[in-house]
Design a protein around this ligand. Structure first.
Ligand code: NDP
Length: 445
């Protein structure tokens, strides 16, 4: 990095102790160096300095009472990163690891991802360090209500439209939406991922996982002339993204042999039986190791990192950030893996990304590959504005088109900047160009 290295230095100085945020910014700035060279006016107008600074960062206290009557205090966050091309849009994460730096990395990435979808959405992200694991229904509801009592001041259908992420699914969106509607006396599409009888969109649940597979199918066909059909796939996680990536990969003819959670992973050489996983994870909210009770031929291994030692053609990390490191990347490559698609946000460490790019395999970065979730949230916003609902097939068809277009745009941008088939560079550049053009047209704000 040359032109943009002062921007990176400033980010590090201004945001100490936020390694994930530094990592996300560095990865983007490194690939934007040729864009800065070609567009000196953007350097002069401070576009790069401004795009790495959130427009607004909100932190708040969330107090609630647990089942024993004890007062609990968590910290809530909403980072409204960039609204140059539309209202802030991005999920809410409930996980004990959540802190300001994690939310900033996610909000920063979201800005580029949302731009890539072609829909008018800015970037934002939020959440809390609340740990939903082991909490009762009542505790989850009271937490969500307390969280929304504060968040509702800062969001709105034309301002900021949050959605789900780790630890936030249909149940939590329901509790939050109920409180929003009560406090504001307003029925609008202020959250996405809603239930189907109260403004939700068909195919939103499936969208991130399905979209990941649509993107991968397009990329694999064009880059290496291969597809899911007949391929062996390893997928990490067993949450929303992992489950629906498994479903679509199977529909496209792949054999998915492994899934995980934060405790360990299962390997089923005959192919994962998704009905069992859905029951354990979506209905019983149990652990992935319970799978082997129903399928004794499958093997459960404690510890989730070992999943990348399983031989596969295609790896889809769909759990969390930095879950796939340099050693895991080497193990995958040594076993003949020829495609990696990021379902989670920033699941590969910089060393892993470098290894994949060096090896010349198909590597689909999260910003492009997992944009199907937010794209379908954008479609949910359209349906809410029109006060109508589209069919599953209509939404799924639009999702597929969007993912194919993201691939085409990222691929074209990579080629234009001399990085053919480097989708990391292509996605960053294509996502950036639209936001930068809008920011520049709107003056110094
Ligand atoms: P869920 O909460 O539904 O599932 C998360 C899964 O990842 C669980 O299986 C969880 O296991 C596992 N996991 C979480 N933390 C860790 C960890 N530290 N180590 C190993 N496994 C872990 O979340 P989603 O499926 O919605 O999200 C997964 C990823 O996809 C996240 O990075 C998210 O930001 C990203 N994403 C999600 C979108 C969506 O529409 N939902 C859209 C775009 C991106 P356990 O139960 O043990 O915690």
């Amino acid at each position: 990095m040359k032109i943009l290295s002062p921007v990176m230095d400033e980010v590090i100085a201004r945001n100490p102790n936020e390694p994930e945020f530094h990592q996300a910014v560095r990865e983007v700035l490194e690939t934007l160096e040729p864009v800065a060279e070609k567009n000196p006016q953007w350097v002069e107008h401070g576009i790069f300095d401004r795009i790495v600074e959130p427009e607004r960062q909100i932190m708040f206290r969330v107090s609630w009472v647990d089942d024993q009557g004890k007062v609990r205090v968590n910290r809530g966050f909403r980072v409204q990163f960039n609204s140059a091309i539309g209202p802030y849009k991005g999920g809410l994460r409930l996980h004990p690891s959540v802190n300001l730096g994690i939310i900033k990395f996610l909000g920063f990435e979201q800005t580029f991802k949302n731009s890539l979808t072609g829909l008018p959405m800015g970037g934002g992200k939020g959440g809390s360090d609340f740990n939903p694991k082991g909490k009762s229904e009542g505790e989850i509801m009271r937490f969500c209500q307390s969280f929304m009592l504060e968040l509702q001041r800062h969001i709105g259908e034309n301002t900021d439209v949050p959605a789900g992420d780790i630890g936030v699914g249909a149940r939590e969106i329901g509790y939050m939406y109920g409180m929003y509607r009560k406090v504001r006396n307003d029925f609008t599409g202020v959250l996405t991922g809603k239930g189907l009888t109260w403004g939700g969109s068909l195919a939103r649940t499936q969208a991130t996982g399905y979209g990941l597979c649509y993107f991968m199918d397009e990329a694999m066909t064009h880059i290496v002339g291969k597809s899911f059909s007949g391929s062996t796939v390893v997928i990490s996680g067993s949450g929303n993204v992992a489950i629906y990536a498994t479903e679509k990969a199977q529909q496209l003819g792949a054999k998915v042999v492994a899934l995980s959670d934060s405790n360990g992973y299962i390997y089923d050489a005959d192919g994962i039986k998704l009905d069992t996983v859905k029951r354990i994870k979506e209905v019983e909210r149990g652990r992935i190791k319970e799978y082997v009770k129903d399928h004794p031929n499958a093997i459960y291994t404690e510890g989730c990192a070992g999943i990348w030692n399983i031989k596969c053609d295609i790896a889809l990390p769909c759990a969390t950030q930095n879950e796939l490191n340099g050693d895991a990347a080497k193990a995958l490559l040594a076993n003949g893996c020829w495609a990696v698609g990021e379902g989670a946000n920033m699941p590969s460490t910089p060393e892993a990304v470098e290894a994949f790019l060096q090896a010349g395999i198909v590597f689909a970065p999260a910003k492009a590959a997992n944009a199907g979730g937010v794209a379908t949230s954008g479609l949910e916003m359209c349906q809410n504005s029109e006060r109508r609902s589209w069919t599953f097939e209509e939404v799924d068809g639009m999702l597929k088109n969007i993912m194919v277009n993201i691939y085409k745009n990222a691929s074209a941008a990579a080629e234009e900047y001399g990085e053919k088939n480097n989708l990391v560079a292509g996605a960053n550049i294509a996502g950036f160009l639209k936001v930068a053009t809008a920011m520049d047209a709107q003056g110094i704000v």
